[in-house]
Design a protein around this ligand. Structure first.
Ligand code: C2O
Ligand code: CU
Length: 432
């Protein structure tokens, strides 16, 4: 080996680790005041919050198992923090002020870095005075890709949201009025879907990733112009694709569909007053090449059915309008306690499985979200149901969940109707 070759090979070896680091995708999100186009073009703009100038914030797409770095810069005149909803990440990156991090002060930047262990549809949003910051626009989609692409012509994200605004697009800057907090939460006067892509061809097979980013609204959704199946819930693939008519989505929930396009694909919210159009993907031209094979399941997730649980805990939702008295000192409570307390609601050894009975003793539905984990819903007959990170429990109803607490740290457990969370319906668990 002559000296020249030696230098060359040594240089190449020296570079390897740097290439490996560079391969880890880095993103930058700046939280700031923006002017958004929420109403149809021409109908007035909205002074609100966003990331990098847009609402929803930019779509972050990374591979499963890959380290992600996101530098979050706070361009607001108040604190903020970003939560990566549904990702089973390290506790210190979960984005919950006080519990897992300090606030990002105005002008400061915090680097979040994590490895997403599951492919699927997730999202990110502010977790500081979130009933207000999310309502003003601090949210965006987070897509974790599987190793191999699935057989579709387009992979489209639809972020659903609503805003309480005037007809000219101005936000009504009142986020925690007692009436909304004590009832169904702050509901918008205008709702829509934002699509990552606005046009497809007739005959295309598409994956449509629905994300409910609304602070309080449950969306009952009808899809027209295409037919297909539900293939994932809250990011996690179903073992068997499922037929659907209406799709019920609590705040923070996600539903992935695989659809065969027959015409313009329209999403309607099915109100009591009739359908309300959230948005549509135009269909122009025809895809002649698509083979209509049966819709297959997505590659399976890695979360096994939990073993027999050790602890069995009960979480009773209390309070609100027409909800009766409780012992907490806010409008809502879990087990007679409002808001975050010094002691956790549950303490688990890492790897321990617990059963939690969620009892809704109130007059409103609640979408209960656990951070850092997914859990199985349990049917009334004891059967193991869907794997979720947010579960909708109807008024005066109850649901059991089974969770293996395998992620160390302090994790929030709260209602994702963010008006209810600020009204007291939040607690936390600890895994040690
Ligand atoms: Cu998506 Cu604690 O939240
Ligand atoms: Cu609630």
């Amino acid at each position: 080996m002559n000296r020249r070759q030696f230098l060359a090979s040594s240089a190449a070896i020296g570079c390897l680790p740097r290439f490996a680091v560079a391969a880890s995708p880095t993103f930058r999100l700046k939280a700031e005041e923006i002017t958004g186009q929420i109403l149809p073009e021409g109908d007035g703009t909205t002074r609100m919050l966003g990331f990098n100038g847009s609402v929803p914030g930019p779509q972050i797409r990374v591979r499963k198992g890959e380290r992600v770095r996101v530098d979050v810069e706070n361009g607001l005149d108040e604190g903020t923090a970003v939560h990566w909803h549904g990702i089973r990440l390290e506790n210190s990156m979960d984005g919950v002020p006080v519990l897992t991090q300090n606030l990002i002060d105005p002008g400061n930047t915090k680097t979040y870095s994590f490895v997403a262990p599951d492919a699927g549809t997730f999202w990110y949003h502010s977790h500081y005075i979130s009933h207000e910051q999310v309502a003003r626009g601090l949210m965006g989609p987070l897509i974790i890709e599987d190793d191999a692409p699935i057989d579709v012509d387009h992979d489209i994200t639809a972020v659903l949201a609503d805003w309480r605004m005037e007809r000219d697009g101005a936000l009504i800057e009142e986020y925690a009025d007692r009436h909304s907090v004590a009832h169904a939460g702050l509901l918008g006067t205008f709702a829509r879907a934002f699509f990552s892509q606005g046009e497809v061809k007739t005959g295309d097979r598409i994956r449509l990733r629905l994300i409910n980013s609304a602070t309080n609204r449950i969306f009952p959704i009808a899809v027209t112009g295409a037919s297909g199946k539900i293939v994932a819930l809250d990011g996690m693939p179903l073992t068997k694709p499922r037929d659907f008519e209406q799709i019920m989505m609590a705040p923070a929930q996600r539903v992935d569909l695989i659809l065969d396009v027959a015409a313009e694909v329209k999403l309607d919210m099915m109100n009591r007053q009739g359908p309300y159009e959230l948005g549509a993907i135009a269909a122009s031209g025809t895809n002649e090449h698509r083979h209509r094979t049966p819709i297959a399941a997505l590659p399976a997730h890695a979360i096994g059915v939990p073993p027999k649980p050790g602890q069995h805990l009960t979480l009773r939702m209390m309070g609100g309008a027409m909800g009766g008295r409780h012992g907490g000192d806010n409008i809502w409570a879990f087990n007679d306690v409002s808001d975050l307390q010094p002691n956790p609601f549950g303490s688990f050894q890492q790897g321990e499985t617990a059963r939690i009975t969620l009892i809704n003793d109130t007059s409103f539905p609640h979408g209960i979200h656990l951070h850092g984990h997914h859990f199985y819903e349990v049917g009334a007959d004891g059967s193991i149901g869907d794997l979720r990170d947010t579960t909708l429990v109807n008024a005066r109803d109850s649901r059991d969940i089974l969770c293996t607490f395998d992620n160390l740290g302090k994790w929030m457990l709260h209602c994702h109707m963010l008006s209810h969370a600020v009204g007291g319906m939040r607690t936390w668990v600890e895994v040690t």
